[in-house]
Every structure is written in structure tokens, then in C-alpha cells.
Design a protein around this ligand. Structure first.
Ligand code: CP
Ligand code: NVA
Length: 300
């Protein structure tokens, strides 16, 4: 494994090995055992979108691994003034040991990997969010004991989260039901792949998707970059809320996950979020552990 550009590039064994290492690093962290696997290494973190969890967990993660992290805002880098990604990749590869990038186009992340000579980690694009789903899988395994045969229902927009959840969950033996309004389906190629695995259902009925689910997952209706569509989307997603009625369809011990930030009263009620805060904030914490596992795997 040279990069983490999207989960589709990883084998099941590679995903499980990251989850196992994430559990080990989490345990060592809790016990106060130092693990300076990346001593003297520097990670560059390019952001052309906002972030709380991704930025802080990568930066703290590098520190805990004995290395350094540089926050590089897209506005301040010359890419913000039109310097090609191909040149940025070749220059940064001479200074850094790895790059985490959060941006709009998946193609920019792929180009960074093609032209650079150091590991590239996708910290979210419009297409996918692989780091989040690795933390999600770590959290599900932690709460449920295993992943195989579990059902995850994703309620909402067929966005970057839906795309990565379909790939990540199916690769570890889970089944996925997506409930989204017509016209808001996940990526067509990913849907085709999911159907071919026999583990995917796409429906416009949230209650049907939630039936017997072990995990209910949701995300915002308007992602970063779609702020201008917020009003249209609020209308389109009416009825796609994770609330008590929807939860009554899922298994009695179903967990609720949300990548955060959450909009209470839109995709999830405050009641459901608070009732499942235990899982949701453990999920947020696991960003740190899962990403440290990715960094060690790629950069050690
Ligand atoms: N879930 C997630 O990626 O959060 P941030 O946007 O705060 O990084
Ligand atoms: N779908 C959301 C995820 C944020 C972590 C977005 O892209 O804004």
C-alpha cells in the first residue's frame, strides 16, 4: 500500500490490518505507552476546505508518533494562485515525508500521487472520505465485536460519505442500504460495484433501509461546496431524518454514527444524537487512532 486515495484501492486484508493497528495504537495511547514510529518525519496537510476533526487528529497524531505536521492552507499556497498540482507535488515531495490533502476534486488527489514521490492520504474530496470510514469501521467493531454480516443503513445524500461507506463496509463483509431521494444517489460506478457484490440496496424509503439495521448512519444534506443549494436540498431531503420513528425500524441495539459536523433538526434529531452521543464521539476520537495507523502503514 503506497497511498490512501480511496478505499477501492485497498484489499480487505489491508483494511483489517489498519483497523488492528488502530486498536493497538489506541490501547497504547490509553496506557500512556509512547510509540514514536515516525520520529523525524514531517506530514504536510493541505486544506482547501474547512476542518475540525481531520486537521486536529492528523496534527496531534503526527505529534504522538514523534513527527511533525505542517498546516498548509490552499489559500496561502501557490496552488491558490494557479500553480499546477503536478509542480506542487514534485516540490513538496522534496521537503516532506507524506501529504494529507482535503480538497474538492478527487482527480487532484490522484494527480498529487502520480506526480509526487511520497505517500498521499485523502482527507476528503467530493468523491470520498476514506479516513472517516476507517474510523467508522474501527468504532463499529469496537461496539459490536465483529463486522461480518452486520447491516449499515445510510439515510440521506449519496455523497462522499455514502460512497466510502458502500466500499468500506462491503469490503469487510457488511451489507449496506442507502436511502436517498431520487437524483441524490451515490456514485454510479460504486453503486454498480456494490450491486455486483450482492451487498447493496438503494431505496427512496428511509424506513425500508433502516429495517433490521445494526448501524444507522447519516450526514449533512448540503456538503462543503454545496452551501448555495442548501434551500433546495432541505426540501428534497424532507422525510430523510434520523429520528425516533426511523430508529424503531432498526434493531433494538442499533448504534447511530455521524461523521460530524451535525445539523440537529435536519438530518438527525437532537434526541437521537444525544441518545447515541457515546458512539458518535467515540467515532470522532477514533479518527485519531485510525489515521495514525494509516500514517504508520504508509510512512514508517
Ligand atoms: N468528519 C470530518 O471529517 O470532520 P471535519 O470536517 O471537522 O474534519
Ligand atoms: N459530506 C460532508 C462530510 C463532512 C465530514 C462534506 O463533504 O461536507
Amino acid at each position: 500500500m503506497k497511498h490512501l486515495l480511496k478505499l477501492g484501492d485497498l484489499t480487505t486484508a489491508e483494511i483489517i490490518s489498519i483497523l488492528d493497528l488502530a486498536d493497538t495504537l489506541k490501547k497504547e495511547n490509553k496506557e500512556g505507552i509512547a510509540h514514536h514510529h515516525l520520529k523525524g518525519k514531517t506530514l504536510g496537510m493541505i486544506f482547501t476546505k474547512s476542518s475540525t476533526r481531520t486537521r486536529v487528529s492528523f496534527e496531534v497524531g503526527m505529534y504522538q508518533l514523534g513527527g511533525n505536521a505542517l498546516f498548509l492552507s490552499g489559500n496561502d499556497l501557490q496552488i491558490g494562485r494557479g500553480e499546477p498540482i503536478e509542480d506542487t507535488a514534485r516540490v513538496l515531495s522534496r521537503f516532506l515525508d507524506g501529504i494529507m490533502i482535503r480538497t474538492f476534486k478527487q482527480d487532484d488527489v490522484e494527480k498529487l500521487a502520480e506526480y509526487g514521490s511520497i505517500p498521499i492520504v485523502n482527507g476528503l474530496t467530493d468523491y470520498c472520505h476514506p479516513c472517516q470510514v476507517l474510523a467508522d469501521l474501527q468504532t463499529i467493531r469496537e461496539f459490536k465485536g465483529a463486522l461480518n454480516s452486520l447491516k449499515l443503513a445510510f439515510i440521506g445524500d449519496g455523497n462522499n460519505m455514502a460512497n466510502s461507506l458502500i466500499v468500506g463496509c462491503i469490503k469487510v463483509g457488511m451489507s449496506v442500504s442507502i436511502a436517498c431521494p431520487n437524483g441524490y444517489e451515490p456514485d454510479a460506478e460504486i453503486v454498480k460495484w456494490g450491486y455486483a457484490q450482492g451487498k447493496l440496496e438503494i431505496t427512496d424509503s428511509p424506513l425500508k433501509a433502516a429495517e433490521n439495521a445494526d448501524v444507522i448512519y447519516t450526514d449533512v444534506w448540503a456538503s462543503m461546496g454545496q452551501e448555495g443549494e442548501a434551500a433546495i436540498r432541505q426540501k428534497a431531503f424532507e422525510g430523510f431524518q434520523v429520528n425516533d420513528v426511523l430508529m424503531s425500524k432498526a434493531k433494538a441495539d442499533a448504534m447511530v454514527l455521524h461523521c460530524l459536523p451535525a445539523h440537529r433538526g435536519e438530518e438527525i434529531t437532537a434526541e437521537v444524537l444525544e441518545a447515541h452521543a457515546n458512539e458518535i464521539f467515540e467515532e470522532a476520537e477514533n479518527r485519531l487512532h485510525a489515521q495514525k495507523a494509516v500514517l504508520v502503514t504508509l510512512m514508517k
